[in-house]
Ligand binder design. Sequence first.
Ligand code: FAD
Length: 393
Amino acid sequence: MALKILIAGAGMGGLAAASSLMKAGHDVEVYEQAPELGEVGAGIQMSANAMHVLMGLDLREEIDKVSVKPGAYVFRAFDTGEEISRFNLAADHEKLHGAPYCQMHRADFHDILARKAQSMKSDVVRLNHAVTGFEEDADGVTLKFSNGNTAHGDMLIGADGVKSAIRRQIAGDAPATYTGDCAWRITLPVEELPNDFLPQVMSVFMGPGAHVVCYFLRAGKLLNFVGLVETDDVSEESWTAKFPWEKLKADFVGWNDKIQTIIDTVDHDKCYRWSLHYRPPIDNWSTRRATMLGDSVHATLPYLAQGACMAIEDGAILTRALSMSDNIPDALQLYQRNRMDRTARIVEQSDANRTLFHMPSMEAIRARFAKVDEGADRNGWLYSYNPLTVDLT
Ligand SMILES: Cc1cc2nc3c(=O)[nH]c(=O)nc-3n(C[C@H](O)[C@H](O)[C@H](O)COP(=O)(O)OP(=O)(O)OC[C@H]3O[C@@H](n4cnc5c(N)ncnc54)[C@H](O)[C@@H]3O)c2cc1C
């Protein structure tokens, strides 16, 4: 069944799905609200579970050129920076799972995904099209835009992110509740930092009420810093909202020298802060002709670094479900049936990591890490999933 498939949203999830679907023989149009394609200046991590899909799209070489493969995932103390626990990534991750763990600049990764989709159909992405809703009947689905235009297809995928218009129509309004955490994000050139500042690993500094994630981008030339802090001061849920440097500095008083050096070195006008929100799980993702993927349907806290990975998994499973079914409604049910439990588990585990990473004292953190083996756990169920081969039932 070769279909005309409309996708709302040209984020990482929408673009990866577009390529998977076109590769399977479908005709795809992606409608994006923004006037141009792009992503913000921050990092993104892709583990093997998503990399299988990207390698299936022949993107390994392109990703190798722009990514860093961190040697390990290292958990550290917020005050001294000392190592509490670690598990190997790099060659061990690839040997275990058959695909690498990659850290990239979002703009580089988004560009790779956009170029891939455009190489298969040059006008696949239509910019300046803000989706407002859709109508469907026996003949197909009509997507409506704020500029008055419409588009017609056999099927629709909402990949329009946390504030999804498609989700509103399929599942009703989903009240977003503030989690109590904000995410600071900054990047800075490594040449502005002291020599051998941090090893090329994924570092997670954990402390009471906050944690910091640091890793490298662009062949180690850029350092990515994400600071997750519990705060009552709710701000915008936006990647581009700036926040005063003085507040960043104040949030990390008492943290180790590395964190102080990063904060003191960063351009004071380039500190961004996003307020993290919970959204309730949805128990039906699809109508007869429309479904959703990525943040629109299972937004998550970033505490397992899996939001975009899940979106990419979704697109691959949806493509397989369409090839295994005789009609669209059955395919959409097969898709959601095979995605609900896994995505719910990732969302739950991400929530749980908030507790694990923000324990009230270093003693509590050490005691907890003495009992859990994060690496074995994640290797057992999270990174080992292969969307291209997993059984669909
Ligand atoms: C601090 C932080 C760190 C993170 N780190 C990681 C990580 O390391 N690894 C990982 O896998 N995930 C990570 N994530 C999660 C990841 O960023 C998201 O899960 C991912 O971006 C979701 O992709 P998406 O395509 O579903 O949505 P989005 O990336 O939000 O894309 C949605 C697209 O739809 C467009 N759009 C929105 N509304 C409309 C409309 N009405 N009409 C048309 N277009 C519309 C938007 O402009 C956008 O282009 C992190 C998140 C945060 C907050």
